[in-house]
Design a protein around this ligand. Structure first.
Ligand code: BDR
Ligand code: CA
Length: 330
């Protein structure tokens, strides 16, 4: 199978955690790296959480790089009320067995993308766009080398989830989002208009719990936590599961309807900080971006279930060391 090389830039985060389980369990990806950014919780915690999740999924060969600890110009925000103080909902974090990889996430993104054929590496951005903006500042040629940049962020017809106008990832670092969108990267944006269609209804969580694998248990635990806090804070019975959407699109594009557009981000007004102005009145052939307008929620949950059911992919790192009873010949 031809695998899609993929880097996931994220801030786990309960829905980032589900997205990671989806990616870890999918044979269709060659996972080059997880890069962590400060967002839902500080970067030291998001990087630790990414390492915890890869350990649960048995994917310790996938390197985790720590990235930016603060937005380009704004104060770090945080969304602990929706993710728990540690970022993993009800799960008690533990110190993972393997450390972060050496080097900064920004350099890892540059090196991994520039070292591969043009357009071959996809990037899924599931947190504030700080790491990618910094990488593009440092290596502007990255914009032409990157494959699709599938971003969870933005809001249009649904309105915002952090203010009336703005979605959290874009609001948290609006300058970073504005810079990335202006570079010519092939950005496909999965904002609230689409992700609010993908909801963890009780039956969907129960179906995951019934699978009984460590990945499924972890993903279901994140969703149960979201179900409780979104009920308390927003009044919803079924919380949206945002971050798996870009990953699911990379796996199965037919699950989403996209429209060509041009997206710009408000950075001047405090009132509408981080608003995504999505302009569809553009020549489709010249449109620089794409915006997700709808999602097939059953299809997304089917992918999550399949990924969580798959036995953990054997770690190449672990397999490289033969067990004592192996290698002797019979
Ligand atoms: C986005 O904000 C974060 O809190 C979630 O992880 C998701 O990436 C949703 O607005
Ligand atoms: Ca996130």
């Amino acid at each position: 199978m031809n695998q899609q090389p993929l880097i996931i830039d994220c801030d786990p985060g309960v829905d980032d955690a589900v997205a990671l389980m989806l990616a870890f369990g999918s044979d269709a990806f060659e996972l080059l790296a997880i890069t962590a950014v400060g967002g839902n919780v500080p970067v030291v915690k998001t990087a630790r959480n990414a390492r915890i999740l890869r350990q649960i999924a048995g994917r310790e060969e996938v390197p985790v790089f720590m990235g930016a600890d603060r937005p380009l110009r704004r104060e770090p925000a945080g969304a602990g009320e929706f993710h728990g103080a540690e970022g993993l909902g009800d799960m008690t974090p533990f110190e993972p067995g393997a450390p972060c990889a050496n080097g900064h996430a920004v350099d890892a993104i540059i090196d991994l993308v520039m070292g591969r054929p043009a357009k071959s590496v996809a990037l899924a951005v599931l947190g504030p766009l700080t790491n990618l903006a910094l990488a593009l500042r440092k290596e502007p040629a990255l914009a032409d080398r990157l494959g699709p940049v599938a971003v969870m962020g933005g809001a249009r017809s649904e309105g915002g989830n952090i203010t009336a106008s703005a979605e959290f990832n874009i609001w948290a670092d609006p300058e970073a989002a504005a810079e990335v969108l202006a570079t010519g990267c092939d950005v496909v944006m999965f904002g609230l208009d689409a992700t609010h269609q993908v909801r963890a209804a009780g039956a969907r969580i129960a179906a995951l719990e019934a699978l009984g694998t460590p990945s499924a248990d972890a993903a279901a635990s994140m969703m149960r936590f979201s179900q409780r806090v979104e009920k308390e804070i927003v009044g919803w019975d079924a919380p949206p599961v945002h971050d798996p959407c870009p990953v699911a699109w990379l796996l199965k594009p037919a699950l989403f309807e996209l429209q060509p557009c041009r997206i710009e981000v408000e950075t001047h007004s405090e009132l509408t900080r981080g608003h995504t102005a999505v302009e569809f009145r553009v020549d489709p052939a010249m449109a620089p971006h794409r915006w997700a307008v709808s999602a097939d929620a059953d299809g997304v949950f089917a992918l999550i279930g399949e990924a969580c059911l798959r036995p953990a992919a054997p770690s190449t790192t672990l397999r490289a060391v033969p067990l004592p009873h192996e290698g002797g010949g019979k």
